[in-house]
Write a protein that binds this ligand. Structure first.
Ligand SMILES: NC(=O)c1ccc[n+]([C@@H]2O[C@H](COP(=O)([O-])OP(=O)(O)OC[C@H]3O[C@@H](n4cnc5c(N)ncnc54)[C@H](OP(=O)(O)O)[C@@H]3O)[C@@H](O)[C@H]2O)c1
Length: 344
């Protein structure tokens, strides 16, 4: 099969199109013919060698696919996989090995698609919407009228969070660079904040002097401390990424990682108790050991999609062979929404 392989950690041009060995599904796995691949910020970090758990090169990166079941191997755990049949359209969370024509994935990480979802949309749903949904509603228990600040509101997870916030009737603050301000207002962000020209804590406090209920922060470093300052009693700070540690370049920057690490606050439990504030960590790959939870959350997300209340925004589609261009496009921050690779 053809696969896009990271031959060494580095900039997007490290990708090599290679002929990889054909896959035989192991016990409990589902063999999937890949149709579309969701490109995530995590893939860029994997390629740069800064994503936790990334194998040594050579390896195939990527964490989510949409495709068609070819074969279901025996041996899936009860409740996982037995309902899947050859020919079913599915999405799957692969944890590496997504950038290829085929993937073999443990049955618990494969989810049947309801009818009527094109593969390109499907590949743009699981990571972004599960991350946002899990943070906001499973961990965060947000209620109508609550106020949320979403950093990177023009990015993949950010747009998913904005759409879900609208469904739950939240008051939405969102940050993005200058070029994305009009877009944020268009998708329903009530208070769009240009973090390049204004202080987001001041902007939030201006409209909510008593502090808000949630901040979703995947920037990391000093941003975690600043986000905390936006919260009032019952506030929840969701930490779910560390983009600052990646720096602004296309290859690993030890200096940027170190600087962001040193700027990361330490939260004092006694202070958290005194202020009635929760700090919540979210990591989707950690939840792969909770397939029933993910299945329930995804069912709700697909229901909202079916009712046209949410819809992934696809910024651009590239053929699999152009994964390097797709990564560069995200590094250049040209994407508003999701980048998807398709397998012809
Ligand atoms: N914990 C989890 O399970 C989980 C799951 C999915 C994603 N994540 C994390 O969530 C974050 C967003 O992921 P995504 O896939 O939504 O990314 P994305 O679509 O590329 O959006 C990220 C946004 O963040 C802003 N940004 C800030 N620092 C950046 C940097 N150094 N490089 C590029 N963009 C930067 C950009 O907005 P502006 O141009 O407006 O600044 C960009 O639109 C990443 O940190 C990712 O690792 C975590």
């Amino acid at each position: 099969m053809r696969a896009l392989v990271v031959g060494r950690y580095g900039p997007p041009n490290v990708f090599e199109l290679q002929q990889a060995p054909d896959l035989q599904p192991k016990a409990g796995e589902v063999l999937i013919r890949v149709k579309a691949i969701g490109v995530n910020f995590a893939d860029l970090l994997q390629r740069m060698g800064v994503y936790p758990g990334t194998p040594k090169p050579p390896f195939i990166p990527g964490i989510e696919i949409a495709g068609v079941v070819e074969k279901v191997a025996e041996g899936a755990k009860p409740g996982e996989g037995e309902a899947l049949r050859a020919g079913d359209a599915v999405v799957a969370l692969t944890q590496f090995n997504a950038y290829a024509e085929w993937a073999s994935v443990p049955a618990g990480r494969v989810f049947r698609l309801p009818p009527g979802i094109p593969f390109e949309d499907a590949a743009a749903i699981p990571v972004n919407y599960l991350t946002a949904y899990h943070a906001m509603f499973t961990m965060g228990n947000l209620q109508p009228g609550n106020r949320i600040l979403i950093h990177g509101a023009g990015g993949g997870v950010g747009i998913a969070a904005v759409q879900l916030a609208r469904v739950r009737e939240l008051v939405i603050f969102g940050t993005a660079g200058s070029a994305k301000q009009a877009y944020l207002r268009k998708i329903g962000v009530h208070h769009a904040i240009d973090y390049t020209s204004s202080d987001f804590v001041e902007a939030v406090r201006k409209h909510a002097p008593d502090g808000i209920e949630m901040v979703m922060d995947a920037i990391g470093g000093k941003s975690f401390a600043r986000s905390y300052q936006c919260l009032g009693p019952t506030g929840r700070l969701v930490l779910y990424g560390f983009s600052a540690g990646a720096g602004t370049g296309v290859a690993r920057s030890w200096l940027a990682s170190l600087k962001a690490r040193l700027q990361t606050p330490r939260f004092d439990p006694v202070k958290l108790m005194g202020e009635n504030i929760a700090v919540i960590g979210v990591r989707l790959t950690k939840l792969l050991s909770r397939p029933a939870l993910l299945r329930g959350e995804l069912a709700e997300i697909f229901r909202l999609y079916g009712e046209r209340k949410i819809k992934p925004v696809i910024s651009r589609v590239f053929p699999l062979e152009q994964a390097a261009e797709a990564h560069q496009y995200i590094h250049d921050r040209k994407n508003i929404g999701k980048v998807v690779l398709v397998v012809k």
